[in-house]
Ligand binder design. Structure first.
Ligand SMILES: NC(=O)CC[C@H](N)C(=O)O
Length: 375
């Protein structure tokens, strides 16, 4: 069956409709990861977005339960150059296209993804959709226009759980990490649990007083979808938590912690999504190849979107001194923050690497050591 991708600026790409026979609208973004298609589709940070895969052949090792980053697909659609439903790969429990269909998620193949990505690179990520050919371009345009823009949208409301859940065994004797679940990836939870920690995931609107009453050894701020500037309710909570116990934030959590200590966020033109982003640790000078998935970033302490220095800038905040810890070497945006007077830090990238290189797993060990030292 034929179908097409339409962007809000009228750009159209034709292809073959696969997966569920329904249309999808949202923000059209691209990821350069060469693997991890299932992890990306089930990462709650992709809520509200259609993923264009730059890797030209998707589905070649199937899907499996162990690659789920949450209990469902959050991305609204997959846009691909070529797709396969291969079911006989060593770890495959199902074929990629059968799985998308069962999950009710539409997808399109045969798309000139190179041209689509170059267009988004030049024009910026924008609203768009995929549609079966029976939907007229006029109807499609109206559906796209009815979609809220990503800037200004709070998608955390959509992905945050209604009730608290606990992960990891109580009898291991490890620390209790109390997390605000703005859409956490399961591989982050697994990284904490495999290091002996217990993790509580709390709904995003849980008041600080309740979180402080949990007897936490540390607080954690998760990844998640949408525009960080809409999440004042989490930032306010955080201001009460930072300084009480070691606090670590990843991606959306980094953006919210940076906001809590006085920095602002802005929308990147087309975002960072992939598993090959070089990041410099400003203290050691070491470069990590990182996994990334974000459309917003933190404005530097001097008000710059991109930093013209490799110095670990320091400035004072409401919780004492802070220091820039990491820098993106592609576009020189802020990649991390260390709090110097209270135990805490953040990274914009994904050390859990689900999917991606394992260069940054040390950050989980470092956090656990920090928790131990503060106990
Ligand atoms: N992976 C994430 O946590 C993404 C954070 C935020 N939604 C952004 O796009 O910048």
């Amino acid at each position: 069956m034929s179908g097409y991708v339409l962007l809000e600026d009228g750009t159209r790409f034709d292809g073959d409709y696969v997966g569920a026979d329904v249309h999808a609208t949202g923000e059209v973004v691209f990821t350069t990861g060469m693997s991890g298609y299932q992890e990306s589709m089930t990462d709650p940070s992709f809520a509200g977005q259609l993923i264009t895969f730059t890797y030209p052949h998707i589905g070649n090792y199937g899907v499996s339960q162990s690659a789920m980053e949450s209990d469902r697909v959050w991305a609204r659609a997959a846009i691909m150059r070529e797709a396969t439903n291969r079911e006989d790969a060593p770890d495959a429990e199902a074929g990629w296209l059968d799985w998308l269909t069962d999950c009710g998620v539409p997808a399109i193949t045969g798309v000139d993804t190179r041209a689509l990505v170059m267009h988004i690179r030049d024009a910026g990520a924008m609203r768009g959709g995929i549609f079966p050919a029976r939907v007229s371009e006029d109807e499609a345009r109206q559906m796209i226009a009815a979609e809220p823009t990503m800037a200004g949208s709070d998608f955390v409301q959509e992905v945050t759980p209604e009730t608290m859940s606990v992960h990891g065994a109580a009898n291991v004797g490890g620390p209790l990490i109390v997390a605000i679940d703005t859409g956490i990836k399961l591989s982050i939870v697994k990284n904490f649990v495999s290091r002996g920690a217990r993790v509580e995931l709390h709904p995003a609107r849980t008041p600080a007083s309740e979180l402080l009453d949990r007897g936490a050894d540390a607080f954690f701020l998760a990844n998640g979808p949408g525009d960080p500037s809409t999440l004042d309710y989490v930032v306010d909570t955080l201001r009460d938590l930072i300084g009480q116990k070691p606090t670590f934030g990843i991606c959306l959590g980094h953006q919210l912690m940076c906001r809590a200590v006085g920095l602002e966020t802005f929308k990147l033109p087309f975002g960072h999504r992939g598993a090959n982003h070089p990041v410099k640790d400003l203290q050691t000078g070491k470069i990590e190849i990182t996994s990334q998935n974000h459309g917003f970033a933190v404005v530097g302490p001097g008000g710059q979107h991109t930093l013209d220095t490799d110095e670990p800038l320091r400035w004072s905040t409401n919780v004492g001194e802070a220091q820039l810890s990491h820098l993106n070497l592609y576009d020189r945006t802020v990649e991390g923050l260390t709090l110097l007077d209270v135990p805490g830090g953040t990274v914009q990238y994904h050390p859990e690497a689900g999917p991606g290189p394992h260069d940054s797993l040390y950050l989980f060990d470092r956090f656990l050591t920090q928790i131990e030292a503060a106990a």
